[in-house]
Design a binder for this molecule. Structure first.
Ligand code: A3P
Length: 334
């Protein structure tokens, strides 16, 4: 299925963008689809393949903008979908238990080639496997906005969307891209906030992604969650998700799952924390790589100046006005 939209290349004159992202300088980035989602400029065939993904009624999709709690939600969803099979959860969440649909579109051509070569990191290579051979029921996760997902997705499959206060998602994204050396070391958080709010970063813009799902929140196949409510009352979110998936959890299973999904437990869990792959590595900022970084709400206060925070407030106000969606600045911790 060809995408009915032509990509719009982000030209080299986008000096801030390409200064921040050296890996994309050669081949560039482009905007795709009606909301201008940013992916590698050569990603059209990948995105068309994503749109052709065959759908089965027992597939479960987890959608989120980057750093909004995708892995947390996917771990919860997989365990509920698989009747609390904690033994089965002892294999990598990504790529072995979830299918990361748009991974290849995110990678620059150079990364993709390196990942496909023999002798490359096997986990990274498995990330690029086609979905066809995956056992069902499948768990698909993606940063694609609904507009780039297969038509008919919501009418066929259950979809969980997880949103997060974009100030925290932005700081978390900055920290991740800096620590894995995707961002050039001179990129400041202020530069990153400019790119983030202008939707000029891979997998952005943020608001069209979130608001498309928000508008579908009453659809019987949509469960709209937030990172902040997971922090505030994880048990209630687990119960809601189980009900959404038509599963009944025994009290002991609920206790065990709640413990399993705590930040402390997930940080130590090698099947979700990516430590095997990033052990000991230091990023461009000299900080030790850690995928499970802080797991808090309101961490933006430690990183954004008043001026930058106010700039984000204005951007949020403009985009949220009239939508009914609000984000709490800091959820009370459990
Ligand atoms: P921080 O960088 O703020 O710590 P994603 O999976 O979408 O990439 O999101 C990653 C963010 O979710 C990181 O945020 C990570 O620490 C946080 N996270 C993952 N598991 C979590 C958990 N069990 N509890 C709280 N936060 C969690």
């Amino acid at each position: 299925m060809a995408l009915p939209w032509q990509p719009e290349p982000l030209p080299r004159s986008e000096a801030l963008l390409y200064a921040a992202l050296p890996a994309y300088r050669e081949h560039g980035l482009a905007r795709f689809g009606p909301d201008g989602a940013v992916y590698s400029a050569d990603a059209l065939p990948v995105l068309e393949r994503c749109r052709r993904t065959p759908l089965h009624a027992d597939d479960l999709w987890v959608l989120a903008s980057p750093k909004c709690g995708t892995h947390w939600t996917a771990e919860m969803a997989w365990l509920i979908q698989h009747d609390c099979d904690f033994a089965g959860a002892q294999s990598y969440l990504a790529p072995d238990r979830t299918h990361f649909l748009d991974a290849a579109a995110i990678m620059s051509p150079g990364w993709r080639q390196a990942a496909q070569q023999q002798g490359s990191d096997a986990v990274c290579r498995r990330l690029l496997q086609p979905i066809d051979g995956r056992p069902r029921p499948r768990l698909v996760n993606t940063h694609l906005p609904l507009s780039l997902c297969p038509p008919g997705l919501l009418d066929t499959c259950k979809v969980i969307y997880v949103a997060r206060n974009p100030k925290d998602a932005c700081v978390s994204y900055y920290k991740m891209l800096m620590s894995d050396s995707t961002l050039s070391p001179e990129t400041t958080i202020e530069d990153f906030v400019t790119l983030y709010t202008e939707g000029k970063m891979v997998c952005l813009p943020f608001f069209p992604n979130v608001l498309q799902a928000w508008r579908q929140r009453q659809h019987p196949n949509m469960l709209f969650l937030t990172f902040e409510e997971m922090k505030r009352d994880l048990r209630a979110v687990i119960e809601r998700t189980a009900e959404f998936l038509g599963k009944k959890l025994a009290a002991e299973e609920l206790d065990r799952l709640q413990h399993h999904l705590s930040f402390e437990s997930m940080r130590e869990n090698k099947w979700v924390n990516k430590e095997d792959r990033i052990k000991g590595q230091k990023g461009a900022d000299g900080e030790r790589l850690s995928f499970m970084r802080k797991g808090q709400t309101g961490d933006w206060k430690n990183h954004l100046s008043d001026e930058t925070s106010q700039k984000m407030d204005r951007w949020m106000e403009e985009n949220l006005r009239g939508t009914g969606l609000t984000f709490v600045a800091e959820a009370p911790q459990q």
